[in-house]
Write a protein that binds this ligand. Structure first.
Ligand SMILES: [Zn+2]
Length: 221
């Protein structure tokens, strides 16, 4: 039996394909951060490193804040936040499954307590800045967030989930009809005709950032 030598250096991060942003909603994109784009399941937030990558790709946290937290975090700290993110994700998936196909009402608030507890931890503040698009003249009030600890990385995710709950119609949430696909999305097409994760792409992203998920239209061999 061969013995594997003890590694002294940290293993390089396992290469993951780009994360998928096909849901047309950041909250649902978060649910799609574990998926089987071809034949192997991939969890984009399987550890702290993956969580930082996913948040950067989702543009939910500024790159500077991610880098600062990466440098400051104690060993294992980001991995533990990634574990919390995964349990938040699976809790939300159960919630969506239980309520898909109908609109939410005040009766459903009790079930959303865990999400409200997360939102309570938020430390947002306002800042007056120049318009971000560079074209308009003038100023705008922008909501900023303090990134004090690795746990603060959960806050923009919580906000995306809360927005989804309050702003989206659960009757438009659909699962991809691709044979092995697990992705879900919001159908915003006229006539609600979208059927797969490939038929509409997230327009908020540049083409280069879009993933090549081709579950419903298999590549020819
Ligand atoms: Zn699909």
């Amino acid at each position: 039996m061969t013995r594997t030598p003890r590694r002294k250096v940290a293993q390089p991060a396992r290469r993951r394909p780009p994360a998928m942003f096909i849901a047309d909603d950041r909250g649902l994109d978060f649910l799609n951060s574990v998926a089987t784009p071809t034949d192997t399941p991939i969890d984009w937030i399987e550890n702290g490193d993956g969580l930082l990558d996913w948040l950067a790709q989702a543009r939910l946290v500024p790159a500077k804040a991610l880098e600062a937290l990466r440098v400051q975090a104690l060993p294992g700290e980001l991995d533990s936040v990634a574990a919390q993110a995964r349990s938040l994700r699976e809790w939300f998936r159960t919630f969506i499954r239980r309520h898909e196909g109908r609109s939410l009402t005040a009766k459903d608030l009790g079930e959303l307590k865990p999400l409200n507890r997360l939102l309570e931890r938020d430390e947002e503040f306002g800042r007056i800045v120049a318009h971000s698009d560079g074209k308009a003249i003038g100023l705008e009030l922008r909501t900023m967030r303090r990134w004090r600890s690795p746990e603060s990385l959960l806050l923009p995710i919580g906000e995306a989930l809360a927005r989804f709950v309050c702003e989206e119609d659960f009757t438009d949430v659909k699962a991809c009809e691709g044979p092995t696909c697990t992705l879900i999305f919001v159908d915003r097409t006229r006539g609600r005709a979208r059927r797969s994760s490939t038929s509409a792409q997230d327009t908020a992203l540049e083409p280069a950032d879009r993933s090549d998920a081709s579950c419903a239209s298999p590549r020819s061999p």
